[in-house]
Design a protein around this ligand. Structure first.
Ligand SMILES: [Fe+2]
Length: 228
């Protein structure tokens, strides 16, 4: 069984799902792909709302989903936090971590990146004592990717990356083998039909041993959350 480490499945928490029928379809497709745990990561944009407002909305979405879902997939509350100017100073930042852990999924904005972005990530790790995880490393240019890999943070890759050319796929597999990329996510938006087919395809391409490592990485991070 697999862990989807990046997913927009909470109804109306962001643009990932427009309601319960959509979220239930996502969960059905996820189950078909062999997923047993989903880290639910609605977008957090500091310019749009306060952390309190975000958490309230997320809680309502989670509760609504839980009262309509009878399946076996475990859902863990988290956020996909876009790095914006001053985010590293946000007092409520720890509340955006994956529930029960000090790991926080960070989305880099569109490139080119401003000079302060690396300092912000470093401060989140060193001063705020949180564990940043880079969302969808495959989304960034080779320049951005190299800089992120040098920041020595945990790194998540989207399943759709493995639909790319064989050369690119081999490069990603190498990164996983080198323990530079650690976690697999669907980044599902919409009904999940395609996203979870991509997830199943990625699992096949990554192969047993590396996939076991990725699942293990995810389990280690979520261990605290599971005990909550
Ligand atoms: Fe996302």
């Amino acid at each position: 069984m697999y862990i989807d480490f990046h997913a927009h499945i909470l109804p109306n928490a962001d643009h990932g799902s427009d309601g319960i029928p959509n979220s239930l379809a996502q969960l059905e497709n996820a189950a078909r792909a062999g997923i047993s745990t989903i880290v639910a990561t609605p977008h957090y944009y500091a310019r749009e709302r306060s952390v309190e407002e975000f958490l309230e909305k997320r809680e309502a979405a989670y509760n609504e989903l839980m009262s309509n879902y009878n399946g076996d997939i475990k859902i863990i509350k988290a956020a996909e936090v876009q790095i914006s100017l001053g985010i590293e100073k946000l007092p409520e930042l720890p509340k955006l971590c994956i529930e029960g852990t000090n790991y926080i999924l960070l989305e880099f904005p569109n490139e080119p990146w401003p000079y302060w972005i690396y300092d912000a990530v470093t401060e989140i790790a060193r001063e705020r004592r949180l564990r940043p995880i880079c969302a969808h490393i495959d989304r960034y240019s080779h320049i951005g990717r190299d800089k992120i890999l040098n920041l020595n943070m945990d790194v998540q890759i989207n399943a759709s990356a493995f639909l790319d050319t064989r050369r690119r796929r081999n490069y990603y597999l190498e990164l996983i083998g080198d323990d530079a990329v650690h976690l697999l996510g669907s980044d599902v938006h919409g009904d999940g039909n395609l996203s979870y087919k991509d997830f199943a395809y990625a699992v096949k391409k990554i192969g047993g041993p590396l996939m076991a490592e990725m699942t293990n990485n995810a389990k280690k991070i979520l261990a605290k959350s599971e005990n909550k």
